[in-house]
Design a protein around this ligand. Structure first.
Ligand code: ZN
Length: 251
């Protein structure tokens, strides 16, 4: 039987029968894959704790005709801080759900694996106070994910006339996927401030690890959250809504 090794981050787990589980994982080299794990619920199972932790797991996969099977798991990079704190685990689960909802199976994209890895490291390092309100890290990670998937907003030129726009007076055109200049926008569309556009460009070009140092004025912070929500909602293909989940678990 053909096997391969890879590094993976568990996005989702669901039980099957008494002893079996399905894990949906995002891997470094094979993209998102769903793996059948036989007998993992038995207390003697050695793989289960590795797969239940939030962290990077080295996995061995046996190719199957219908489902690939999890043949081995070893936790490489544990993040105990994520599991031990409700705010940290809630925001992490929200982003894992966003990745699961927005990505397709077996479409290799190492940048998403690295984004997940960075996200976990950053959230593990933040204080619970920072995370109890909606944090910019979630928004920045979702915006970066959408960029990788080709769903990011056009921020450099007006989506209608393709000219560079002025600092102020621009608006969001969600159907065209970007910013519309003062001359092209309709009066009823939502104005996006120059400061917000600057922050969106900064998030796009900067490592997630730098984002916690960002200090934003409240109106800009609110616009970034609004844009993240509207983009995420408009691109969600799956049944589960990470935003609703995050709001329901936020304390
Ligand atoms: Zn224009």
């Amino acid at each position: 039987m053909a096997t391969y090794r890879d590094q993976a981050i568990v996005l989702r787990m669901r039980g099957l029968h008494d002893h079996d589980r399905y894990y949906t994982v995002f891997t470094a080299d094979h993209g998102k894959v769903t793996l059948l794990a036989k007998g993992l619920r038995r207390t003697r199972s050695k793989m289960s704790p590795h797969m239940a932790a939030l962290g990077v797991v080295e996995i061995m996969v046996a190719r199957g005709k219908v489902f690939d099977r999890l043949a081995g798991a070893n936790l490489l990079e544990p993040h105990r801080e994520l599991l031990e704190s409700l705010p940290r685990s809630a925001i992490t689960q929200s982003f894992l759900l966003a990745v699961d909802s927005l990505t397709r199976q077996e479409y290799p994209e190492p940048r998403i694996f690295l984004l997940l890895q960075d996200f976990m490291q950053v959230v593990a390092s933040l204080s619970e106070d920072v995370l109890s309100a909606r944090t910019i890290i979630f928004d920045a990670a979702v915006l970066k994910l959408l960029d990788i998937l080709g769903h990011g907003l056009e921020l450099d030129v007006c989506v209608s006339c393709r000219q560079c726009f002025e600092f102020d007076g621009n608006a969001l055109n969600i159907l065209r996927g970007g910013i519309e200049c003062l001359n092209c926008r309709s009066g009823s569309s939502i104005t996006i401030s120059g400061d917000t556009i600057k922050v969106l460009r900064f998030i796009r070009t900067t490592s997630l690890k730098v984002i916690p140092a960002l200090r934003l004025e409240l109106p800009v912070r609110q616009q970034v959250a609004f844009l993240t929500d509207i983009l995420l909602t408009s691109h969600l293909e799956a049944k589960f809504d990470p935003l609703r989940y995050m709001n329901s678990v936020r304390i």
